[in-house]
Every structure is written in structure tokens, then in C-alpha cells.
Design a protein around this ligand. Structure first.
Ligand SMILES: [Zn+2]
Length: 362
């Protein structure tokens, strides 16, 4: 890699702004952008550029330390629940007061800052307080998928770095550069919904095409007795378990790389192994959700095709086509409703059984 920013494909504006800031940074940055738009990649690249004496050469020991999250002066705040807890933000503030060990900065990374406004006792006031008058050699790197109004005061204390959603072409070109064959890269990019991490997992997924076909075959299989809907729901659950495998492999490789980096640097073990494992678990849950959403969109497209197929004939007064148009519309609604329920804390298996049962009618 010739420069830490070079890997950030499709983010030229954000990269320009980061390059401008590297030499004389302010004390807080807020990275925002839709899920998987390389927010984390950008944030880590910027941290490396801040620490590296050559502003992010990508080749030196310092750049490597930052990228493997082993630089003792780059602190990643760790969240244990669904919202940031007050004590977690206070711990980040405590670290922010530290003098850096190296010649660079004390960098404090707090991701998903929108989660400081939720929970029983929102921690955003504590975060705001830490952003006021930090020591001169401290830099906060915050990130958020979306920035709620409640964070306006926090935003006003940061320079914003806005990332944009990656297009299919962006994703495919990143995957090809990382060694994938063009065809594989294209189908993974298509199924990744703009999410880089998901694209990286899907590109190693040999069963992707089979899973897409399985989702698309659901409507025609939902006939016969009601027991069928339960069987189809169970099959989907099993296929979600399979879909996770490539992600687990990727995570295993990452952990092995961290362990070997740690050994090379004379440490006996990965410094924050438990945090990393917790983060992997969360990522698996998120991936499963994304996979379900992806399946739902495949389902929707089948019903949409049916709808379009029958529209003309139904306009001509054909009763059977008219019925099919209505049924397809209701099926699309049912899938959309299931998709909405995914954001609540609903039981996955229950949701799938309900949906398949409902779709039996259409
Ligand atoms: Zn460097």
C-alpha cells in the first residue's frame, strides 16, 4: 500500500478533507455515513495518518500498529450494551487526559456516538464534557451512521468527515483489487447493499448463488399444506447459520493475524482479545440481520415480477390476473412488514414462521 488513504475507494471528498487536516488537526472529528460505507476504514486510516511521521505512509511500524489496533496511543472505546454507558464514556475521557507514550497523539475512538442519546441514562452529556478543552495532544475520532438532532452541540465541536454509500461498481473494484475474480466480485457487490464489510464476506461465500436461488424459490414452494410454511421457515433459519460461516472464517483469520502481530512485537497475547471477541459476536448478529434483509429483498423482487407480469392482463379485465395482482401487492406488504419488525427485538424464528404462514395465502 503506497498510502493509507489509497484503499478508500469512492470517498475522494472525504479523503481530500482528511489529507488537509493531517498536518495540523483539530481536537475532534466526526465520521458519518451509511452502514458499511467504510466509516471504520476511514477512521483507522486517518488515525494512522495522524500518528505516522510521514502522514500515513502505510508502510512503517507505526502505521502497522494503528491498523492492527495495537498502537497504545490509539484507544478504541468498547461498548458492552446496546447503548453507551456513562462509565464507558468516562473511561474514554480518562484515557483522553493521558499523555501519549509515543511522539504522536493520544487518540480516542468512540464509534456509534448516536448510541449516547439512548439507554436509561444517556451518556451524551458526559461525551460533550470530554470534548470541551481536551489536552493539546488529544484527538477524538467519533463515528455515527446517522447523527440525531440531540447531538447538534457535539457535532458543532467536531470537524465532520462525511462518507458516502459505496456503489456496486465501487465495491466490485475494491474486491477485485483485493484479489477476487471479476464475476465473483460483481455478484458479491450486488448482494452487499452498499456495505463493504458484507461484500468482503460474500466474496468468499461459495454458496451465495445457491442462497439467492433458494430465497427466490420460496413463493412457488409455499403451496400445499400448512406444514410446508414451517418447513420453509426452518430451512431459511438453517441457511442463515450457513451464511455466517464465511464471516467466522474471516474473523478467525483476523484474530490469527492479530496474534502474530502481537508476537512479533514481543507481546504474549492479543491485548484486548475479549473486546475483539465481543465485537465479532455483535458483527455476526448484524450480519445475520443483513442476510435476512437481503433475503427479503430477493423475495420482494419475485412478487414484484409477478405483479408486473399480471398487470396488463388484469387491466384487460382478466379475473385471474386481477386476483394475482392483488395477492402480489399483499405479499410485498407482508414482506415489508416483516422487514420493519426486524428492527424491533422480535424473535427471528417466530418472525419467519409468521411471514411464511402469511405468504401461503398468496
Ligand atoms: Zn507510516
Amino acid at each position: 500500500m503506497s498510502d493509507v488513504f489509497e484503499q478508500l475507494v469512492g470517498q475522494d471528498r472525504a479523503v481530500d478533507s482528511m489529507r488537509q487536516h493531517v498536518a495540523s488537526p483539530v481536537h475532534a472529528y466526526l465520521f458519518s455515513g451509511p452502514g458499511g460505507s467504510s466509516v471504520r476504514d476511514s477512521l483507522v486510516a486517518f488515525a494512522a495518518a495522524l500518528q505516522c511521521p510521514r502522514h500515513g505512509c502505510g508502510a512503517c511500524e507505526i502505521c502497522r500498529l494503528v491498523f492492527s489496533e495495537q498502537d497504545p496511543d490509539v484507544y478504541f472505546a468498547e461498548r458492552s450494551g446496546v447503548a453507551w454507558r456513562m462509565e464507558e464514556i468516562r473511561e474514554a475521557e480518562r484515557v483522553a487526559r493521558r499523555r501519549p507514550l509515543g511522539a504522536g497523539y493520544q487518540i480516542v475512538v468512540i464509534e456509534d456516538v448516536e448510541l449516547t442519546t439512548t439507554g436509561a441514562s444517556p451518556s451524551s452529556p458526559a461525551l460533550l464534557k470530554s470534548l470541551e478543552e481536551p489536552p493539546t495532544r488529544t484527538i477524538f475520532l467519533l463515528s455515527a451512521e446517522e447523527v440525531p438532532r440531540e447531538l447538534d452541540t457535539i457535532v458543532s465541536r467536531c470537524v465532520e468527515v462525511k462518507l458516502r454509500a459505496l456503489s456496486e461498481e465501487d465495491l466490485a473494484s475494491i474486491l477485485v483489487r483485493e484479489g477476487a475474480a471479476l464475476d465473483t466480485a460483481r455478484s458479491a457487490a450486488q448482494a452487499a447493499n452498499g456495505n463493504l464489510r458484507r461484500a468482503r464476506v460474500l466474496v468468499r461465500d461459495v454458496d451465495l448463488a445457491t442462497r439467492v436461488a433458494r430465497w427466490r424459490s420460496v413463493p412457488e414452494r409455499l403451496t400445499g399444506t400448512l406444514a410446508t410454511s414451517a418447513i420453509v421457515a426452518q430451512e431459511i433459519t438453517a441457511s442463515l447459520d450457513e451464511a455466517i460461516t464465511p464471516l467466522q472464517e474471516l474473523q478467525d483469520e483476523e484474530m490469527a493475524r492479530r496474534a502474530s502481530d502481537a508476537r512479533e512485537m514481543g507481546m504474549r497475547a492479543v491485548a484486548n482479545r475479549r473486546d475483539v471477541e465481543a465485537q465479532f459476536k455483535r458483527e455476526q448478529r448484524r450480519f445475520r440481520l443483513d442476510e435476512l434483509r437481503f433475503g427479503f429483498s430477493a423475495l420482494t423482487s419475485v412478487y414484484r415480477d409477478r405483479l408486473i407480469e399480471n398487470l396488463d392482463a388484469s387491466a384487460g379485465g382478466d379475473a385471474r390476473s386481477e386476483y394475482r395482482v392483488g395477492a402480489s401487492l399483499r405479499a410485498i406488504d407482508a414482506v415489508a412488514e416483516a422487514n420493519r419488525r426486524l428492527s424491533t427485538n422480535v424473535d427471528e424464528s417466530l418472525l419467519l414462521h409468521d411471514l411464511m404462514f402469511t405468504l401461503m395465502e398468496f
